[in-house]
Design a binder for this molecule. Sequence first.
Ligand code: HEC
Ligand code: HEC
Ligand code: HEC
Length: 386
Amino acid sequence: MLLRAVAIFIFALTVVFSLEAKEPRQIRETGGAFVGSIGCKSSSCHGGAGPKRSQYITWSQKDFHTKAYAVLLNARSTRIAEALGIAEGSATTSARCTVCHSPFQSVAQERVAPTVRANEGVSCETCHGAASGWLRGHTRTDWTYNTRVAAGMRDLRNLYVRANACVACHQSLAPEILRAGHPDLFFEMDGQSVAEPKHWTEDESWSGLREWLTGQAVALREMSWALASDQSSDEFSAARWNGLAWLCATATSAASIPSPVSQPTSTPGKSDFISMQTQADALAHRASTSNWSGSSARSLLLALASTDGEFTVKGTASLLLGQRAKRLVLALDRLANALNQNSSAHLKIDNELNQLFQDVKTLDAFDAIAFAGHLQNFRTALDKSG
Ligand code: HEC
Ligand code: HEC
Ligand code: HEC
């Protein structure tokens, strides 16, 4: 028993270290020890009523992340684990799953306080950073936000930092885990932050579009990095990359964003992935502080909604078009949402947008011609909304 625990522990450490060596830009460690969500839950802290004190309640009752560990016990996980040859009942301890689903397991034991529950899933400190250095101090009235960050709290108000935190678990999945039946991951920070659901308020208008573009750029950077470092890339991973690169290139060109991304080449090699990684990181930095207005959002929405012709070009593989369409629909949704929230626009496009979401729900049977037609309908509805 003890030997087995030690073996698992060493295995977990090896994985963590190899991940660290391979993935330098993933969640940057903030140092300190993890105390677990119990340290945040008292009613006078984050477990109380009212918007200022209710973060624990929102997380524990509504946030998907509390279930991240429990998911590993469900039937789908059993099937995935079986396909990967993970011993029966071991998904909850296999580092191949726990790095994202039960991240405290990947932390060196001496940095995990006994108050951390084994089944905590993706917890407060997974995102906010280990709390030992700031748990006591962070409520002091003489501490500003910057004091807390200096004491080791992750600077999640910075959208670039935030996107790096989410993307570590939400975009790059080993191809064999995908083939084993894991749901495909499409990181889109704006919509997914709303879906989490948010336990914070974002008081700046247009922050949603900053989040959307920063998230897409960071996701592109991670996919480019993964493809550049793994030569054994398959057709499917290349298509996912192409879909996102196409979206970022089309959007940065249409909106004249000063950190443009170039259109992906049809047979990309290592140097293309490396250069895309650099471009995407520059875009992510720029996007995190980008300024949007009703007119810039609207003109980008119109430009992206007018790309139907690209889906009817003969000779482009439907695997690739499906991936482009998926990213495009997510973009149309966030742009339309931002316009409805922050300007006098009242876009009447719900039916057309729902149809587009339906088209990209499962990409196995993606029909590019039908999609192009539905995109035209969307564009018409947009024009009618004034
Ligand atoms: C790179 C991070 C990552 C790794 C590694 C990972 N997952 Fe996931 N998993 C996710 C994310 C993110 C979701 C949520 C996807 C969504 O719904 O959009 C998810 C969703 C799932 C779901 C569907 C959720 C549900 O409600 O049924 C199952 C099942 C699952 N994962 C099992 C596994 C198993 C088993 C492993 C190990 C073989 C694993 N995952 C490895 C990130 C990961
Ligand atoms: C999936 C990542 C994630 C998890 C898990 C998470 N948070 Fe957050 N939290 C964020 C982000 C992103 C923000 C927005 C940036 C900010 O305000 O610092 C935030 C903001 C906050 C804020 C500031 C609220 C405001 O309106 O300014 C508090 C307090 C907070 N979280 C507490 C918690 C507590 C307590 C838990 C656990 C019960 C938790 N968070 C779990 C990501 C997370
Ligand atoms: C340590 C890994 C990890 C981090 C960091 C993380 N997540 Fe997740 N997230 C997961 C896993 C695993 C699931 C699947 C849980 C489930 O199915 O119940 C998930 C599920 C979700 C879901 C529900 C499924 C979906 O895709 O709609 C949303 C929304 C989400 N995460 C948003 C975020 C956001 C926003 C951030 C950054 C602020 C973030 N996550 C950071 C691992 C992570």
